[in-house]
Every structure is written in structure tokens, then in C-alpha cells.
Design a protein around this ligand. Structure first.
Ligand code: BT5
Length: 320
């Protein structure tokens, strides 16, 4: 913990006013130094009340995903223990990819308040309004063959599913990478990977989870298709807390995958998605499949029964 965070922690210990002298004594710094850190905190959006003779009182914490705010909400061993924060990013996935190439350890996370070039699959844009949602990219280094990587998406969706449920909202999983609420998309995952001959070097798990986004922050294209936790629950959420819960769930599912294999993750996903027996339409750029879902296989492909013939589908967009 650096000194700025130590001053913040001391202010949080309250309740009520904390004297500058007490903070100075505890951290073994001068009162002028305390005052400078207080100014710095104000610059970061924290609000403090100052009363002569009493000291400082923290009255407002900004809704920002500062690493130390996420850290307060973390219960994990390694997931999110190294957070790289950007006020503005082109794409958190791109930043995480570069960090991973430079050797960033497993569990390293990149978060941003907004993205100017947030990516979905097939070069589709991810709408990323400022300080509204979670735009998160996590570095994983699973010891698997590149052909086995697909179910890592399910691991992310399952973690999001549990996170949404933790707020008493009822989510639905949609193959391959969506989490919906009330038929509208609340989250999407984008995997990007780097491979060597027969092995995955790393995977970037890019998660866009809509937290506080309102209708007027959405583009025309997604207005009728997207939702957020806030729109569903009609209240505002603390994004750092949501992020902490999500990272804990992600670590739990990733640990499970390491122990029981990604097959187990496929099984869990299939069970929670209740996909078997549902009639689906799968749209690919060049063609459309219609049929009844038989489930997914151990590599994450969708098995679709088209009048008795089972087709194995590895990519596409599903409509129910
Ligand atoms: C996805 O693609 O769902 C993957 C989205 C991954 C975004 C995260 S944010 C952090 C990280 N950094 C990145 O640059 N990306 C990842 P796909 O299944 O192709 O869905 C894209 C489609 O979802 C778009 O064409 C829109 O129709 C819709 N969409 C775009 N933004 C949305 C949003 N904020 N909420 C709901 N739907 C959205």
C-alpha cells in the first residue's frame, strides 16, 4: 500500500473526523504531507469535509474503478491482484494482450472507464460509455491445446451469471458468449489468444458487463437489445464491488477448470443454460441453421439436430 492509499485507509477508519495530526503520526509523515495527499484524493474525485480543530471526514467516494477500490472488494488469491487501470482505453483487450506478451502473470486485469474501440466478435463494436459499466480483460495462462480454448468463454459467462444472481437478478446464458436478462444482452465475452506450436501461451478474457448504463447512453443499434443491472434493479451499483464479486467467481470457476478440466465447465454451462431440447436458429455470415439443440460438446461446439442429422457448430449468433 502506498502512502496515498494509507491516508485514504486512515480516513475511512473514522467514523467522523480524523485529525491530520493523528494520520501524520501514524504514517510517520508531516502534516503538510497529509494535506498534500488529501488534495491529491480530492483531485481523484474524493470529497472531504475539513473542520479546524477536528480534522478531515471522508464524505464521498467517486464511482471509479481505481485499483485500490477494487482491491478493497477482493477476496481472491490471484485473480485481479494486479490491476492496470485506464481512465480511457482503445480496448482493454489490446492492452492486456501487450502486457501478456511482456510476461504479465495469470490473473492480471486491465480495467477502463471507457473504451474508444471496444471490440466484440467479428469486428463488431462494444458500446462503452464512460464510468457506466465494467470493461475488463483478464490474462489467463491455461496449460491446454489451442483447440480446447473455447470453453474458457463459458467459464467467464458462468462467473457473470453468478455475479448477476448475487444481486437477485435472473440471468440467462446464450451460446456462445452472451448473458441475457429478460431477453436483452447484459454481458458479452471476447476471447483472444496467443499460441505456440501445440500450446496456448495465454488467453485474454475480455468481459463487458453492463452495470449502470442507462438507455440514453446506448447507441440506437443496441437500445432495444441491451440492458444493465441498474435498468433491471432500478438502482445504481458500486462497480468496484461488482468487479470484486465477478473476479471471485472467475477465480472459482478457473480453479475448478484446472482441477476437473474444461469439460466440467462445459457440463455446468450446459446445465445452467438449459439448452437441450430448445429450438434455435444459428446465424453465420454466410448461412443459417435451424434445429433443436442437443447440447454442447466437450470443446464447446453447439450440437444442433436438424431433422435427425446432428450438425456441430463452432461459431454463430443464436436466436431463440
Ligand atoms: C461480444 O461480442 O459480446 C463480446 C464483447 C466483449 C466486450 C469486452 S469489454 C472489455 C473487453 N475489451 C474489448 O475491447 N472487448 C471486451 P458479440 O457477441 O460479437 O456481440 C457484439 C454485439 O453486441 C454488437 O454488435 C451489438 O449488437 C451488441 N452490443 C454492443 N455493445 C453492447 C453493450 N454494451 N451491451 C449489450 N450489447 C452490446
Amino acid at each position: 500500500m502506498n502512502r496515498l492509499h494509507a491516508v485514504l485507509a486512515a480516513l475511512r477508519e473514522g467514523p467522523g473526523y480524523v485529525s491530520g495530526a493523528a494520520i501524520a503520526a501514524r504514517l510517520e509523515i508531516s502534516r503538510t504531507a497529509v494535506w498534500k495527499y488529501v488534495k491529491q484524493l480530492e483531485g481523484l474525485g474524493y470529497r472531504l469535509e475539513k473542520v479546524k480543530g477536528k480534522g478531515y471526514q471522508l464524505t464521498e467516494t467517486p464511482d471509479r474503478l481505481y485499483p485500490w477500490e477494487i482491491d478493497r472488494r477482493l477476496t481472491t488469491r490471484y485473480m485481479g491482484r494486479n490491476v492496470i487501470y485506464r481512465d480511457r482505453a482503445d480496448s482493454t483487450n489490446g492492452i492486456a494482450f501487450k502486457l501478456a506478451l511482456d510476461g504479465a502473470p495469470e490473473g492480471t486485469c486491465v480495467v477502463a472507464e471507457t473504451q474508444s474501440a471496444g471490440k466484440g466478435r467479428l469486428q463488431r463494436p462494444w458500446v462503452s460509455p464512460y464510468a457506466a459499466n465494467l470493461y475488463l480483460s483478464v490474462v489467463l495462462r491455461p496449460k491446454i491445446h489451442p483447440s480446447q480454448v473455447y470453453p474458457v468463454t463459458f467459464l467467464s459467462s458462468l462467473a457473470v451469471y453468478d455475479t448477476v444472481r448475487a444481486y437477485e437478478i435472473d440471468p440467462k446464458l446464450k451460446w456462445p458468449n452472451d448473458v441475457l436478462v429478460g431477453g436483452r444482452k447484459i454481458c458479452g465475452t471476447l476471447l483472444e489468444l496467443s499460441t505456440e506450436a501445440d500450446a496456448v501461451r495465454f488467453v485474454i478474457v475480455g468481459i463487458g458487463l453492463n452495470v449502470n448504463m442507462r438507455q440514453n447512453e446506448m447507441t440506437e443499434e443496441i437500445r432495444t437489445k441491451a440492458t444493465s443491472l441498474a435498468l433491471e434493479a432500478k438502482k445504481v451499483f458500486e462497480r468496484a464491488q461488482v468487479c470484486g464479486i465477478l473476479l471471485a467467481n472467475l477465480e472459482r470457476y478457473y480453479d475448478l477448470a484446472k482441477k476437473d478440466g474444461l469439460k466440467a465447465i462445459c457440463g455446468l454451462w450446459e446445465e445452467k443454460a438449459r439448452i437441450k431440447g430448445t429450438y434455435l436458429e444459428v446465424v453465420q455470415p454466410e448461412r443459417v441453421f435451424r434445429g433443436v439443440a442437443e447440447g454442447i460438446d466437450t470443446e464447446g461446439a453447439l450440437l444442433l439436430n436438424q431433422e435427425g442429422t446432428i450438425t456441430r457448430i463452432i461459431a454463430g449468433d443464436v436466436t431463440f
